[in-house]
Design a protein around this ligand. Structure first.
Ligand SMILES: Cc1cc2nc3c(=O)[nH]c(=O)nc-3n(C[C@H](O)[C@H](O)[C@H](O)COP(=O)(O)O)c2cc1C
Length: 373
């Protein structure tokens, strides 16, 4: 199997992030590691998998000890620092010695000091099995740093997600009108939750583009108007046309198969002239277009596409009514067929047709609902 493919797929397994530290002579070593796991409780054991090419592997083997420093959600920069080879990885980092004398990162969420009891080779890595000698966790409610699909993120409790989902529904159902303030206390009361949970929901709604911060009024519901909709769909079209011109002649048959699979999954959710499951359709539509953009193999383009907020515009326009049209599926079929036949002109026409249809449909919906959603 191709290593890049494996890395992409296994990147879907979310993990916590740690820094493994050790000391040899008077030299401190440290590296960011996510392949760290608790192994057994009695005796308490951890394992850490370290690439043999990394100097920390030899240092742990030499010293026979390592510390696991569990990072918190504000420590993404620290994780980058310890993931970049350097003579002084500890610059600017608060450190104190543990019971085994190992350097512990003072601001980490938790520390475990281990003595190596066994080493196992696995591919390019050594698995260091360690008996845990000391273990401390900070008091308080620090949140962990997470790593998922090549990026750092934060852990969210299912309860926070649920509150966010309900807050989102309130905004989409226009319980708070467009361009009106959305006070934190009021949102918390309506949802029957504490203000911390309501605040978390507001920050997520803000990164979704559904609400925005206003200097005088606090959070306000971002209005959706024709201009926002046109700009968003045009921006998506510009990205997709760019991707088609950059990559159509090197698209593989496997990629076409995957694009078609995503198209079929989406088309199945628009039956006759209605959405059978609007949110399912939205996710499938996004997954198909994101995949199309990813064919350029350019992460900057893929993340630009993600930042367009296309799902929000679609949710707030198409999502207000189950009625729609097979024309949307047909336009996207032309796009996919164009890619499949490596026919740049017909793929381009499909993309443009789909964009124009979407803009027109939002206009119709805005007219029917008074101009602004
Ligand atoms: C989030 C993240 C997790 C990582 N996990 C591991 C890991 O578990 N094992 C490993 O050998 N390298 C891992 N790395 C890569 C090392 O941190 C990187 O190779 C580092 O430069 C090694 O330090 P050194 O070469 O200066 O000693 C990870 C990197 C990142 C960003």
């Amino acid at each position: 199997m191709d290593a890049a493919h494996f890395r992409h797929v296994v990147g879907h397994l979310a993990s916590g992030v740690t820094v493994i530290t050790t000391e040899t002579g008077d030299r401190r070593h440290g590296m960011t590691a996510s392949s760290v796991t608790s192994l057994s409780a009695d005796p308490p054991m951890m394992l850490a998998c370290i690439n043999n090419a990394v100097p920390t592997a030899a240092a742990v083997a030499d010293s026979g000890r390592y510390a696991v420093n569990v990072l918190g959600d504000g420590q993404g920069e620290l994780a980058r620092q310890f993931a970049t080879a350097s003579d002084d990885k500890f610059r600017g980092v608060a450190v104190h010695p543990g019971k085994l004398g190992l350097p512990l990162l003072t601001d980490a969420l938790a520390h475990l000091e281990c003595e190596v009891v066994e080493q196992v080779t696995g591919g390019t890595h050594t698995i260091f099995l360690g008996r845990v000698v000391t273990a401390t966790a900070t008091a308080g409610d620090g949140q962990p740093l997470t790593y998922f699909r090549g990026g750092f993120g934060r852990f969210a409790f299912a309860k926070d997600d649920e509150v966010y989902g309900r807050a989102r529904e309130l905004v989409l159902s226009r319980a708070y009108p467009a361009d009106q303030a959305l006070p934190l206390e009021d949102l918390a009361t309506r949802l029957g939750v504490d203000q911390a949970a309501a605040f978390y929901a507001l920050t997520r709604l803000s990164s979704d583009g559904l609400v925005r911060r206003d200097a005088d009024r606090g959070y306000v519901v971002a209005p959706l108007d024709v201009r926002t909709s046109d700009e968003t769909f045009d921006a998506r079209l510009a990205v997709e046309l760019g991707v088609l011109s950059l990559s159509l002649d090197r698209v593989t048959d496997d990629e076409v198969t995957e694009l078609r699979r995503r198209f079929d999954a989406m088309a199945a959710l628009l039956v006759g002239e209605r959405f059978v499951d609007f949110h399912g359709y939205l996710d499938a539509n996004y997954a198909m277009h994101e995949y199309l953009v990813s064919l350029a193999g350019n992460p900057l383009l893929t993340s630009t596409f993600g930042r367009l907020g296309i799902k929000n515009v679609m949710t707030r326009s198409f999502g207000v009514t189950p009625e729609t049209s097979q024309k949307f599926v047909e336009a996207q079929r032309h796009l996919v067929d164009g890619v499949a036949h490596r026919d740049a002109e017909s793929a381009r026409r499909g993309a443009i047709e789909y964009c124009e249809l979407a803009k027109e449909r939002v206009r119709e919906i805005l007219v029917a609902t008074g101009g602004t959603l």
